[in-house]
Write a protein that binds this ligand. Structure first.
Ligand code: UDX
Length: 421
């Protein structure tokens, strides 16, 4: 099948590369000619393990263009994979969705063939029916579910393991109100041999938000228990190893520490909170999830201050990315931690294997080192991202506050504090 992928960020580039690997011909549409040329050359525009190889291997099946109309005319299936960032008040910014919906609707007017439009971007329940469809129908003069198909097909990809998550997802969720679209997408995903959950548009949109909100809730719940464990001298990792043996609970996403970052959990939980409030609902649990998460970095600084006053001292930070195996620093816990260190008058020395260039754009005045070992020469070391290479450093004689559970530091440090253990 020839598939149009609009958006060459994290979701679009991974989705297009994986569909190409499944044998489909992909037309990537983006605004940045530079990023498109990178993809056309068989390289990834983002840091994602394995993506370079997948794009290079399937290079002959890839086309790129900045012209949505051209791509829509040359295909019968379009995936919307653009960003839906947070606004100041936490609500979703749909400007990119709006722009591409107009650009898709226009060529549909003269399109004699049936076209299916799939929203893979994370949008709040009701967005497709109340926002996207009206634009498509107005621009095309056609009727949704009659003259063109439309569906919700949220992604459940984790940065750093996105390709694995695509091919071995626990489930594909398809939301649509017409059989033809349902069959097209079920056929597309059939080779994955995974459960396909078909439902309505807004149920599918809500499944995405509820999934992310629950995972964030799981982390904040673990951190609340972990904070208590810390005061009781209990290892929260052992607690959740035992808790997770209950098959109703499962052991995943109980890694306690300095909390969650990334471009999804904070954004999606805040969007759901704003949406609930707009409907007169007070999301008490979700408000607490965010409050606990905001507190975890403060707990790390408080633990540091139990052992030294950071003012005038050099404090090392190991890890800047929001998680390992990515260069993404969006909502990274390193951001509030480093802001608090600067406010406390510390000199900050940092290292991250891949995220330093991104971080330097926001924080140009830090001491960016060329190796993790250099950070260890600081007066104290904070572990913020659990990069594998941090398990091979020599922590002997060091003062370490660990936000991500690096076992070697726990064994070797002269003074060691785990945030939740
Ligand atoms: C998340 C969801 O997992 C994924 O399904 C969705 O499609 C996108 O958002 P991602 O944000 O890429 O994926 O990474 P994830 O591995 O979920 O980690 C998110 C944050 O939670 C990271 O900052 C990580 O450090 C933190 N985390 C994760 C914990 O603090 N504890 C855990 O046990 C797991």
């Amino acid at each position: 099948m020839k598939i149009c992928i609009i958006g060459t960020g994290y979701i679009g580039s991974v989705t297009g590369a994986c569909f190409a690997e499944m044998g489909h011909h992909i037309i990537f549409v983006g605004r940045s000619r530079k990023k498109l040329d990178i993809i056309k050359s068989g390289k990834s525009p983002i840091f994602e393990p394995g993506l370079d190889e997948l794009l290079l291997k399937n290079r002959e099946k890839l086309e790129t263009t900045t012209d949505i109309a051209e791509a829509v005319k040359k295909t019968n299936l379009t995936f919307i994979c653009v960003g839906t960032p947070s606004r100041e008040d936490g609500s979703s910014d749909l400007s990119q969705i709006e722009e591409v919906s107009h650009s898709i609707g226009k060529p549909l007017r003269s399109d004699k063939t049936h076209h299916t439009i799939v929203t893979k971007s994370t949008v709040l329940p009701g967005t497709i029916e109340e926002f996207i469809i009206p634009i498509l129908e107005k621009e095309s003069g056609k009727k949704a579910f009659v003259d063109f198909g439309i569906a919700s097909n949220p992604e459940f990809l984790k940065e750093g393991t996105a390709i694995e998550d695509f091919f071995h997802t626990d489930r594909v969720v398809i939301g649509t109100n017409d059989t033809r679209t349902k069959e097209i997408l079920e056929e597309l995903y059939k080779p994955l041999n995974v459960p396909i959950f078909s439902t309505t548009l807004r149920t599918s949109e809500m499944i995405k938000f509820a999934s992310n909100a629950f995972l964030a809730t799981k982390i904040s719940f673990a951190n609340e228990i972990g904070n208590l464990c810390k005061e009781l001298g209990i290892d929260s990792y052992s607690v959740f190893e035992g808790v997770g043996l209950d098959t109703r609970i499962n052991p995943k996403f109980f890694r306690t520490g300095i909390g969650f970052g990334g471009s999804c959990f904070p954004k999606d939980v805040c969007a759901l909170i704003a949406h609930a409030k707009s409907k007169g609902i007070t999301p008490r649990v979700l408000n607490s999830v965010m409050a606990i998460n905001e507190d975890q970095p403060r707990r790390m600084i408080a633990l540091l201050k139990r052992h030294l006053n950071p003012k005038g001292r050099t404090i090392g930070v190991l890890g800047l990315a929001f998680k390992p195996d990515t260069d993404d620093i969006r909502e990274s816990r390193a951001i509030p931690i480093i802001k608090m260190l600067i406010k406390a008058g510390a000199r900050v020395k940092v290292y991250d294997p891949v995220a330093m260039d991104n971080f330097r754009q926001q924080f140009p005045d830090l001491d960016y080192t060329t190796s993790a070992a250099e950070v260890l020469t600081s007066d104290a070391v904070l572990i913020v991202t659990e990069w594998k290479e941090f398990e091979s450093l020599d922590y002997h004689g060091k003062l370490v506050v660990d936000g991500r559970r690096i076992e070697k530091a726990r064994k070797e440090a002269r003074v060691y504090e785990g945030v939740c253990w």
